[in-house]
Design a protein around this ligand. Structure first.
Ligand SMILES: Cc1cc2nc3c(=O)[nH]c(=O)nc-3n(C[C@H](O)[C@H](O)[C@H](O)COP(=O)(O)OP(=O)(O)OC[C@H]3O[C@@H](n4cnc5c(N)ncnc54)[C@H](O)[C@@H]3O)c2cc1C
Length: 380
């Protein structure tokens, strides 16, 4: 199913080694501390991973979505929070790549490629699944937009150097009245509220952002005025693929841990891996994870090959299938490891907490079924 070029294969092998050496040992402590993964940021910046999808002409790696997907999977096997840093980075970058002017691309993409941190800000306290309920407003006046409002839950929010912000420029027009903007750190009028205290994915920050008469030059609007909603949706399609890749990685990581444990753990005179009830659990876990992986790769291939009619459906299906699988598989991994699985001495309890987020963000799994169902009925 997956045909990698020699260069892509070498890239992936190199990243696997980096992940084992630099990311795996930090995953537990990062979860305990509950802070932004600065160590991962340093490692990723050094090897160019902050710019996997940015074309080489702007300083990035110019990788295919399929390869980025496989990289996220590899990182998520050991530390889903570190993968989340790269997902939020891509979410903040892609709007500029998709619809930014040449000037914006030349100004912002090389910075992001060097390690500047990106974020994507759409959600508000009253606007989650129902994103059109958002209240943040950008009013145009003499070459500037004056922005007032707030966002919440924004991954990388308070540490981001560049935020891709969505606001109403014409609220009456609903989906046809939203615009996207690049907001740089330090812009007067931008302030930060609390960083959320979360169940899992603790090695990432999720912040409240406030905009109080924040002035943004017209040159920082991404794409045409009032065309931000389609850009938001296009970016979210990709983000759902990334979330699916992260979920596949979490599921595989939990299988690896539980398998290794069950080969060692002896009860009733033999390793528990030799108990048929445990083998049946592994059979279901591996089959479900393989199925989720294949659907995720298919979704990535649809983006790479520009099969636009299929992208929303496959990204939504991959996202809900992979994340539901990750939740079930991590729960079963804890079960296979018994009391030890429940302890923080082993990573599966962290993986189970991390998996839960993949069912919620980039659009909940209920909304993913709404998206996929709509596309299927439409005949897509
Ligand atoms: C850790 C974390 C990181 C995040 N990062 C970002 C980020 O970087 N940028 C950003 O913009 N946002 C981010 N989000 C926001 C995230 O995308 C939203 O939380 C998500 O879209 C759900 O919105 P909500 O939390 O308001 O839930 P609600 O929309 O209030 O949903 C509550 C429940 O109702 C269900 N529901 C709602 N409407 C329907 C419907 N029509 N049909 C069926 N069921 C429905 C939902 O599925 C859910 O079960 C993040 C969230 C979290 C928790």
């Amino acid at each position: 199913m997956v045909n990698l070029t020699e260069t892509e294969r070498i890239t992936l092998e190199t990243i696997k080694k980096i992940v084992q050496k630099d990311i795996r040992p930090m995953a537990g402590p990062l979860d305990e501390k509950g802070e932004f993964p600065w160590h991962a940021h340093k490692v990723f910046s050094e090897v160019g991973l902050m710019a996997t999808l940015i074309p080489e002409e702007y300083g990035g790696m110019g990788l295919r979505y399929l390869v980025f997907s496989m990289i996220l999977e590899e990182i998520s096997k050991v530390c889903a929070s570190s993968a989340l840093l790269l997902i939020a980075q891509a979410d903040g970058t892609l709007p500029i790549l998709y619809r930014g002017s040449e000037d914006q691309k030349k100004t912002f993409l090389p910075e992001l490629a060097k390690g500047a941190i990106g974020a994507f800000a759409a959600t508000e306290p009253s606007a989650g699944s129902d994103i059109l309920s958002m209240r943040t407003r950008a009013t145009y006046s003499e070459g500037l937009y004056v922005i007032n409002g707030q966002k919440c839950f924004i991954t990388n929010g308070s540490v981001a150097d560049l935020i891709c912000l969505f606001a109403y420029t014409d609220p009456e027009k609903r989906a046809k009245g939203i615009s996207a903007f690049v907001v740089e750190k330090g812009t007067p009028g931008l302030s930060y509220g609390k960083n959320e205290n979360k169940m899992g994915m603790k090695g990432s920050v999720n912040s409240e952002l406030f905009f109080d008469n924040m002035r943004i030059p017209e040159s920082h609007r991404i794409g045409e005025e009032n065309e931000g909603f389609s850009l938001m949706m296009k970016t979210l399609d990709s983000s759902r693929l990334f979330c699916a890749s992260q979920a596949v990685g979490i599921a595989q990581g939990a299988i690896d841990e539980a398998l290794s444990y069950s080969r060692q753990r002896v009860q009733f005179g033999k390793p528990i891996a030799h108990i048929q009830a445990i083998q049946f659990m592994f059979a279901d876990m591996v089959a479900a994870t393989e199925a989720a992986r294949l659907l995720t790769y298919q979704a990535a291939a649809n983006i790479d090959k520009g099969r636009t009619a299929l992208i929303s459906k496959y990204c939504a299906m991959a996202k809900f299938l992979a994340s539901d699988t990750a939740m079930k598989v991590t729960t079963d991994a804890v079960q296979i490891m018994g009391g030890y699985g429940y302890m923080k001495d082993f990573p599966v309890e962290r993986m189970m907490r991390d998996a839960k987020l993949t069912q919620i963000y980039t659009g909940t799994n209920q909304i993913m079924r709404v998206v996929a169902g709509r596309e299927i009925v439409r005949g897509g």
